[in-house]
Design a protein around this ligand. Sequence first.
Ligand code: YXS
Length: 257
Amino acid sequence: MLLVEQTDRIATLTLNREDKRNALCEQMVEEFSAAMARFVAANVRCVVLRAKPGSKVWSAGHDIDELPAAGFDPLGWRDPLRKLIREIENFPGPVIAMVEGSVWGGACETVFACDLVIAASGAVFAATPAKHSVPYNITGLLTFLNAANLRLAKEMLFTADPIPAERLRDLGVINHVVATSELESHTYAMAQRIVGNAPLSIAVMKEQLRILAGAHTMSPEDFERIQGLRRVVYNSQDYAEGLQAFKEKRKPTFRGK
Ligand code: YXS
């Protein structure tokens, strides 16, 4: 489900599950983890995460068919998407998201969790929990909040609108937007500059920034209250309806219960 390439100190992971629009499933994430472990052992200094050239859909997000039925937390610690995000954050070198096409849901968070984002003109990004009545988890929301500002994060999460890469670049969420024909050259030129710098310094700055970006205090009471609120959502008829509507390829009807 992933194509793995490594040339010297730069590695490339290509999402390779086109039949399901590169939906992020457990097997794909297991392959991702194994590849990242090999890259660490091989002293890879920069990873590029991409879809195949010409992809209309970079990734359709979390594999909805793997979301648990109502009554279970759909984004708990061991969920594949949560593992994927941590793999990206913990890799001791920059992970560059090279994006073309549309990016949905958990894939939008995945791209935002990458250290750098270079998108082709015309790419769009949609955060979709509200389309499926999913109670996103708090570290996932922090990824959005760290990538965007609160106003934009709320617009993306509440509307689920696909946002053009150009607008996200202008708001500092995306590093560069380039013509599709220049996407690879621009991305790998930046990767080459990065791997020509000091890897230890970069790795430790990445880890410091991860710690600083996640340095939020929260009382145990607030944590318990959040988990309780999320449980109301994933126990709701709306959550079950969201899953069923996707399976039946129809628009869901949410009743707020
Ligand atoms: O019917 P077959 O077997 O051919 O499969 C279809 C789709 O069911 C499948 N597929 C997916 N399967 C699992 N999980 C997905 N997220 C997913 N998306 C698509 O791929 C086959 C082709 O899909 P189709 O015919 O719709 O392709 P298309 O080219 O017409 O449209 C591409 C999309 C991406 C616009 C469309 O597939 C779509 O809207 N997909 C759902 C996007 C989405 O809402 N993703 C959020 C997933 S949930 C998630 O990430 C988080 C939990 S949250 O929601 O909280 O953000």
